[in-house]
Design a protein around this ligand. Structure first.
Ligand code: AMP
Length: 378
């Protein structure tokens, strides 16, 4: 089955064409809205010519879309229908930057290839299993009932995929697998997995909560916002401040971990402090989630930083000695593109690096959803 995976943003569209584990084509169309790519339909035309050459007469069987917010309704991937599109649009207030852009991608595909089934795979879906004590904020009920304010969690496709791969790697049946999964990329979140399911996660109502990220602050005292609002900051100012100017960028001047590490190695005190703060925050979450899952069987690192930065992994592990976690310096330095152990044999739990593959997971979910719908219809 040939699957086109689309991650549609407001001004960019990332695509990948997969046949099983093979990636046949991939790319990123940027500057949507400019004269040369006026809209998402034009973005598709840009790579359609390339696709025709690569597919050599074969056709795309289905399209899988990364949809950021599935709200409380979507806990599984779904076949897209006009009703599903409306349901995704009803969630726009919860993800004003993302869901409308995801729908633009869905509509552009429907216009280009009306007969091809499309599937929505939601970033929030894996966290639908959170118990209420983890998803409720301690605020009056009407904030939830009127405005939908609760923890939703994000990066679910990655956390789900990495959980499955880590359990397989350790030879543990997923339903018995407890773990702490750290997805550390430009956006970063950590998930507590118990019995193979998400029971808590660091991102909340939006992807701002939790860890120190590339440009996002993660956890701060909410009163800081009230203080700044009284000082004259507008909602837009606060949004920009906490989502785009904070995190590693706010602390060290750059959101790119490689640059922060290089600066820290060169003696830059601000960069060294940024790394310490980010590692400390993550270590506290790992400790908390170890308790939440009733004893983790593994700590798993994934995504750009988690997979590639041995020094950040060792900074975090250095703060987890109370849990008996111990990295093997040689294993930690080894590079590789498959799941691997980076801890010592004596470590209280294995520490793993498991490469994530969100596009692969979306393609797989898309094929399964289309297959199930076809079976149900036949
Ligand atoms: P992602 O969002 O998953 O693509 O991850 C992006 C982040 O991974 C950026 O902060 C990169 O600097 C970081 N990253 C990628 N490769 C490395 C590396 N070899 N060492 C440290 N950080 C890295």
């Amino acid at each position: 089955m040939i699957i086109l995976v689309i991650n549609s943003g407001s001004s960019s569209l990332k695509y990948q064409v997969r046949e099983g584990d093979d990636v046949l084509a991939q790319g990123l169309i940027e500057s949507i809205g400019e004269e040369w790519v006026p809209d998402h339909a034009a973005a598709i035309e840009h790579f359609d010519t390339e696709l025709a050459v690569i597919l050599q007469g074969k056709t795309i069987d289905a399209v899988g879309h990364r949809v950021v917010h599935g709200g409380e309704r979507f806990g599984e991937p779904v076949l897209i229908t006009p009703e599903i599109i409306r349901a995704i649009e009803r969630l726009n207030p919860l993800a004003p930057l993302h869901n409308p852009a995801n729908v633009l991608g869905i509509r552009a595909v429907a216009q280009k290839w009306p007969g091809i089934p499309q599937v929505a795979v939601f970033d929030t879906a894996f966290h639908r299993t959170l118990p209420e004590r983890a998803w409720r904020y301690a605020v009056p009920d009407e904030l939830y009932t009127k405005h939908g304010i609760r923890r939703y969690g994000f990066h679910g496709t990655s956390h789900d995929y990495v959980t499955r791969k880590a359990a397989e790697f350790l030879g543990t049946p997923r339903e018995n697998f407890n773990a702490v999964i750290a997805h550390l990329g430009n956006g970063a979140s950590v998930t507590a997995v118990r019995g193979g399911r998400s029971i808590d996660t660091s991102m909340g109502f939006t992807p701002l909560e939790g860890l120190v990220m590339g440009t996002r602050s993660g956890d701060i005292d909410p009163s800081i916002l009230l203080f700044l609002a009284r000082e004259g900051y507008s909602p837009e100012d606060l949004d920009t401040l906490l989502n785009r100017e904070s995190g590693l960028r706010g602390l060290a001047g750059t959101n790119d971990m490689r640059s922060v590490e290089k600066a820290a190695d060169g003696g830059d005190k601000a960069a060294q402090l940024a790394l310490e703060i980010a590692a400390y925050r993550l270590a506290k979450y790992v400790g908390g989630y170890h308790v939440a899952v009733g004893g983790a069987h593994a700590l798993v690192f994934t995504a750009g930083i988690g997979e590639n930065s041995s020094s950040f992994r060792s900074l975090v592990a250095g703060q987890l000695t109370a849990l008996g976690i111990e990295l093997d310096p040689d294993l930690n330095e080894l590079r590789g593109s498959s799941a691997r152990v980076v801890s010592t044999a004596g470590s209280a739990m294995p520490v793993l690096v498991v490469p994530t593959d969100e596009e692969g997971a979306i393609a797989e979910a898309t094929a399964a959803t289309v297959g199930a719908a076809a079976a149900a219809g036949s």
